[in-house]
Design a protein around this ligand. Structure first.
Ligand SMILES: Nc1nc2c(ncn2[C@@H]2O[C@H](COP(=O)(O)OP(=O)(O)OP(=O)(O)O)[C@@H](O)[C@H]2O)c(=O)[nH]1
Ligand SMILES: [Mg+2]
Length: 187
């Protein structure tokens, strides 16, 4: 069994080239700014490792967290925060584009707010991950704040894809298992 509580922050990489070079496998968390990526990493590791904030744009770099000395969870900056077409937006796009070609990348948790329809950016990135064959699990976040009708709608939108519901209150064991499966898969 992997012990997710045995977790430590390793480094913050301003671009893919600065990642740890030990070849350990990685699972990345992506999604719109403020969707709950850092909060979910904290829930999975049962500690306050990743900085979360009610203000969008908290996470700026690729943050590497080592889990049980076995693999990395990688927190990424959210999109939709910096202005489209801005220099920052361009840098972000370039950083993530390079990152997705990472051979150590074994899976992606794609976070989407369960109360909102996926944005154009969400759809583009989902298609992109699929074209690169990155195994992707859609995580519908903040379900504690969502109406049943909103959850039903989200499930319908993503019918046929791999989807899981999550919130601050849900127990993280199922999600931990899914992450371990990504790592175990021979891709
Ligand atoms: N009610 C509720 N609030 C949540 C949940 N997940 C995250 N939040 C809140 O949403 C805000 C944003 O969370 P973050 O984890 O910082 O979001 P992020 O995706 O890392 O954001 P960036 O780093 O800006 O890309 C914080 O105020 C969290 O407390 C959830 O499941 N339920
Ligand atoms: Mg964050």
């Amino acid at each position: 069994m992997v012990n997710f509580r045995n977790a430590k922050y390793i480094l913050s990489a301003p671009s893919y080239e600065y990642r740890p070079k030990d070849g350990l496998k990685e699972v990345v968390f992506v999604g719109k700014s403020n969707v709950g990526k850092s909060t979910l990493i904290n829930a999975l590791t049962a500690q306050k490792l990743a900085y979360s904030s009610k203000n969008a744009g908290k996470t700026r770099y690729l943050n590497y967290f080592l889990i049980d000395n076995a693999f990395y969870l990688v927190d990424s900056p959210g999109y939709g925060f910096t202005k489209y077409g801005s220099k920052e937006d361009e840098n972000f796009g370039e950083m993530m584009e390079n990152y997705f070609h990472n051979p150590s990348l074994k899976g992606c948790l794609f976070l989407i707010d369960s109360r909102r329809e996926p944005s154009e950016d969400d759809r583009m990135l989902l298609d992109h991950l699929s074209s690169l064959n990155v195994p992707t699990l859609i995580v519908l976040t903040k379900s504690d704040l969502a109406k049943q009708s909103e959850i039903a709608k989200a499930k319908k939108i993503f019918a046929g894809l791999d989807v899981i519901l999550a919130s601050k209150e849900t127990k993280p064991d199922l999600l931990r298992q899914r992450i371990v499966n990504f790592i175990k898969d021979k891709k």
